[in-house]
Design a protein around this ligand. Sequence first.
Ligand code: PEP
Ligand code: MG
Length: 755
Amino acid sequence: MRVSPAGPRVLLRRLREIMAEPINAQDRLDKIVAQIAGNMVAEVCSAYVLRSDGVLELYATQGLKREAVHLASLRIGEGLVGTIAEEARTLNLPDAQSHPAFQYLPETGEEIYNSFLGVPILRAGRTLGVLVVQNRAHRVYVDEEVEALQTTAMVLAEMIAVGELEGLARPGTSLDLKRPISIAGIGLGEGVGLGHVVLHEPRVVVTALIGEDAGHESERLEEAIASLRLFVDDMLQRDDIGDQGEHRDILEAYRMFAHDRGWVRRMHEAIRNGLSAEAAVEKVQSDTRARVQRQVDPFLRERLHDFDDLANRLLRVLMNKPQGPGRSDLPRDAIIVARTMGAAELLDYQRENVRGLVLEEGGPTSHVTIVARALGIATAGRAANVASLVENGDAIVVDGGTGEVHLRPTPDIEATYAEKVRFRAKRQEQYRLLRDIPAETRDGHRIKLMMNAGLLVDLPHLAESGAEGIGLFRTELQFMISSKMPKLGEQTALYGDVIKAANGKPVTFRTLDVGGDKVLPYLRTAQEENPAMGWRAIRLGLDRPALLRRQLRALMQASAGRDLRIMLPMVTEVEEVRRTRALIEREIAHLTRHGHTVPSAVRVGAMVEVPALLWQLDGLFKVADFVSVGSNDLLQFMTASDRGNMMVASRFDPLSRHFLRALRAIVKGAGAAGVPVTLCGEMAGNPLAAMTLIGLGYRSLSMSAAAIGPVKAMTLALDAGKLGAALDSYLDAEDGSDGLRDKLTAFADSEGVPY
Ligand code: PEP
Ligand code: MG
């Protein structure tokens, strides 16, 4: 059997006619396999569809025994058909029965057929079934025949994906496309979200599969590729991209793919076989996905993302769809699913409709995570392959605490999580009742509970949480979510909005803490071996005074006539505070000279987060108006363990003797010097750790808004004096073990302190 170049096109045209006929799904499927067999001069053509229980069921056949339809089945990995499904690859065998995986299904009567060609039915790289042709004669099917069968498999993929075959499923079974799947990701943001999938980069659905005129389709493809290449080149030439960094690497990879000859050739080939230009893009992309997903090399798999993006862009060009995801008709219970996403893109969505976020990538310190947490969105990261496993509109549950993601959950899973949501809401309600009650311990110590912020979206939480002010405003977030350096006016506007929203409550603005893991794509910096200990924060500010002075000016203009609190990150030597103060003085003089109103007072504080500062506390307290302990960095540097590295990040407990001793030295020293001290690292928001801090003598804590309720509930139940005495004895003992968590937990339990 040889198919002429027109063969597949004729076949596709016939299939399109069959698709349009007003007949039921089984009849349509029967006609399709008969048509394929006829066109390919094969004695057998059979379609197997993958069920949710991992079984491939014979759905239609021409040539095998009719009675076997919906009875004959193979498990995934079983026999030739199961092997094709498992490995998502084509098998082309002149003597099928000698293949080690061959398994004879007596009910089908297939023993008389020798040659065998089977292809996976793929959609977005996922296997939905298998399409097979067989002949009696021993023969190898030629490349055009393989290509033709793969192309027709797309028609079946479409039928399965739109749900047309659902009604044919044997009672009690369902198709794999609707199978519930659970993925173990990592929890990135508290809370549980139940809702429906909104793909951040929705797959473009190709409906016109068949191309009438191959020449015309090839031209359309060429034009679209040319416009795609222009787009990528344009992006690379934009000056805000910089010479290096992640952005540029990704775009370079795009350019490489856009010029990949193999890719373009395969698409033209698919067009010659009768597909429309867009169906050709989709087919080649699906094949590539299936192939690369079998690779273990993480680099290759990573590149697949870039390739997917590019194919999606190409489809949009071909189908005249706007680039970028549509945000208009967001369901009220949207769970956004993305491979990866920039922080600004998340902010484009209508906040009130977003119940959750699921990312294939994304770690606890990635920008989008920081924003999602600020928005209170239940978020899970590292959810392997999730974007290819769902369709828009699928039901989904995401647990931001544990990182579990359930696709198309069964009713009992849904019920369990709905209960969890109700429980959480009840607890939140209890915290809300505490909002206007002052945080005071049982023995009368007043504790100031403040919140951390960094974006406009944080500001409504100030009133909702009952925070007494903003203890840490991370100014770098505005810089991180922006694609270019924020101008003086933009900075002033943000700070002005923050001050207005604070409504008289104190706000502590921290100057730019960039460098390390907080990268600005538009700021050129050299590659560093150890960026966390590199040219960052106040070091960068003092070396590049223009950047720092612009920010100081914005802060002063926004606080004209009011008190301004400025805090410096990563201070290592007291001298750095002095030098920054000098810059501040110059800025005040400059503004006064030009007739501006300056702040009524400027207080300058320092973050205590570099261990070297612990031996300069006396000097520090002389020059700083206040200090705030950055326990995240302090622990990272004291224990020499990278806070962003999952292998070591949680290796050392902040509730251990050495670390608490350091924290005690700071609070005692500040108390003796009469300098106000706050702690604003993540531990302040954990009730057990916050309890410990109060026991050590801290009276001011700054945390995420969501933590204020639980920490206040803990505070109200605590006898700080009693804990202080116990802590002193724990800290001064030398009993070998360093961890104090158990002792502190036991204390909280015995005192009835909720944590
Ligand atoms: C810290 O280091 O504890 C801190 C509060 O600052 P950041 O997390 O922004 O480094
Ligand atoms: Mg820090």
